[in-house]
Design a protein around this ligand. Sequence first.
Ligand code: SF4
Ligand code: SF4
Length: 176
Amino acid sequence: MSFWEKIYLPAVLNGMRITFSHLFRKKATIRYPETKREFAEIYRGQHVLKRDEEGRERCTACGLCAVACPAEAIIMVADERKPGEENLYREEKYASVYEINMLRCIFCGLCEEACPKEAIFLTKKIVASDYERDGFIYGKDKLLEPLDPEKRIDISKRETKEVLEFKKDKSKKHNQ
Ligand code: SF4
Ligand code: SF4
């Protein structure tokens, strides 16, 4: 080492110069959770199981989302709708159990793309942290959107123009 390298002084001063120069730059960090960042419209966070306009569950337990899921994070149990339950479930079959393991999920959105019933969407909500693994198994109690029309989760920004056009066509069984 040269004399200057041996006394470390230039290296220390250079380090301090870099530190001080960062004091006057725009901070890369924010004070979360008091301050929150703007998310992109298509940010993929926690899932929601949607209801139709009449409040009936859209999911028919077809299993396509589970098949599409690369992380094998979705499981469900299908059940048959009984007479008198027409106001609860949109079609003859529904998911009596629907669970997503949020520790496995990679938020790829393939379940949303695979669903033919517009029953599952990813939202901007961040999955909450937990101390227990069990806390990350989200069932219908956490996934299903509220019945109250005021509290429904708006996913219209996630739908493409083509889908929105298609939904206007009431002759299609999908839209009835
Ligand atoms: S977002 Fe991707 S990984 Fe997560 S449940 Fe859906 S398909 Fe599976
Ligand atoms: S969420 Fe959609 S794809 Fe998944 S089981 Fe229900 S209807 Fe089928």
